[in-house]
Design a protein around this ligand. Structure first.
Ligand SMILES: *Cc1c(COP(=O)(O)O)cnc(C)c1O
Length: 365
């Protein structure tokens, strides 16, 4: 009997997460310089990190021999001021991925279930399976969350419902009042994890105030990240906002030093850099128009997206993806999400978008 075969069945059944292809890997495979590669595969900020975050990160390196502040006091103070919530409502994560896992670890065990939508973010089933709980995947409506069906799918053993808004990889968006109505219908002993990884990209008409709901719904946990609009994906930092009792449980299962000192410092500085955030949203809006106009011109179907990426249909995605890679353009195949005919492209800088569009034309022609 091998040691691996002794791991719990629910661990051995997990299918690994498929990340976007790293630039260095494609450069090695194709024998081309890294600088010639355009990576639009992981919804990263094409502007990089903001100047204030960079300065804070570099400065924090001077004290790198010290353990970080395990409670993240300075960042929590900044988040608390920014969003008008108590520090005891905040939990910090090594990316918001960590926040999602902390929720799963604190609220799920074998015998429990979690509800999420088909085509929703791949980390939900990973987090649920890792603690031996059961996934209830609810059919989507037009590639988006069907909240009525999700409500109906909740069983007595359900402890968490995950909602991604906007969702990745489809970019679909649910308006605030619909989520509020959903919260009113969900049993109060079921945690609703509202994953708002792309919330900073929403336009004025889409914006809603989920934090205002916390007072009425102690079973709501909002998760956000510094990986996308703030441009800190490589540093790994995100946060959850919820009821103090929920946050307290999550903090108990958290590694004492789960967020690095450099990430804490950079995130605090990034939070105050409104100008960079606005610039990121602006670049994204223009790039989204640039890419969707090209998709329309090519006669391709795409799913309207509220995020910093768009998913489009090409039919033979393996062939088109291979042709894009040969031209040094990395996008994301999403066969693993059950969408084998689609590709997801992240919005880049204008010249990166143009490279992608030219390569796509070539790949299809
Ligand atoms: C990118 C993303 C995250 C954030 O991941 P981090 O761990 O914070 O880098 C969370 N949820 C969704 C839906 C995402 O697309």
């Amino acid at each position: 009997m091998s040691v691996a075969s002794r791991a719990p069945e629910y661990i051995r059944a997990i299918s690994p997460y498929q990340p976007g292809k790293p630039i260095s890997e494609l450069a090695r495979e194709m024998g081309i310089p890294e600088a010639s590669i355009v990576k639009l595969a992981s919804n990263e900020n094409p502007l990089g990190m903001g100047p204030r975050a960079r300065e804070a990160a570099v400065k924090a390196l001077a004290d790198i021999e010290r353990y970080p502040d395990g409670n993240g006091f300075a960042l929590k103070s900044a988040l608390s001021r920014r969003f008008g919530v108590g520090q005891d409502c905040l939990v910090l994560g090594n990316g918001s991925n960590d926040v999602l896992e902390l929720a799963a670890r604190a609220f799920l065990s074998p015998g429990h279930s979690a509800v999420f939508s088909r085509y929703a973010f791949a980390v939900y089933p990973l987090a649920v399976n890792a603690v031996g709980a059961r996934c209830i995947e609810v059919p989507a409506k037009d590639f988006g969350h069907d909240l009525d069906a999700m409500r109906a799918a909740i069983r007595p053993d359900t402890r968490i419902v995950f909602i991604a808004n906007p969702n990745n990889p489809t970019g679909t968006f649910i308006h605030g009042p619909q989520i509020e109505a959903f919260l009113q219908q969900v049993p109060p002993d079921v945690l609703v994890v509202l994953d708002e990884a792309y919330t900073e990209y929403l336009n004025a008409e889409q914006r809603y105030d989920s934090l205002a709901w916390l007072a009425r719904f102690p079973n709501l946990l909002v998760s956000r990240t510094f990986s996308k609009a703030y441009g800190l994906a490589g540093l790994r930092i995100g946060y959850g906002i919820g009821h103090p009792e929920v946050v307290d449980l999550m903090n108990r299962v958290r590694q004492p030093f789960n967020v690095s000192s450099v990430a804490l410092a950079a995130a605090e500085a990034a939070l105050g850099d409104e100008e960079f955030l606005a610039q990121s949203a602006r670049i994204n809006e223009r790039g989204m128009a640039q890419i969707t106009e090209a998709l329309a011109e090519l006669g391709l179907e795409w799913i309207p997206s509220a995020g910093n990426f768009v998913t489009f249909k090409v039919g033979d995605s393996a062939m088109v993806n291979a042709a894009l890679l040969r031209q040094g353009v990395i996008v994301r195949p999403i066969g693993g999400y059950g969408m084998p005919e689609w590709l997801r492209v992240s919005i880049g800088l204008p010249e990166e978008n143009a490279r992608f569009i030219a390569a796509l034309k070539q790949a299809l022609g």
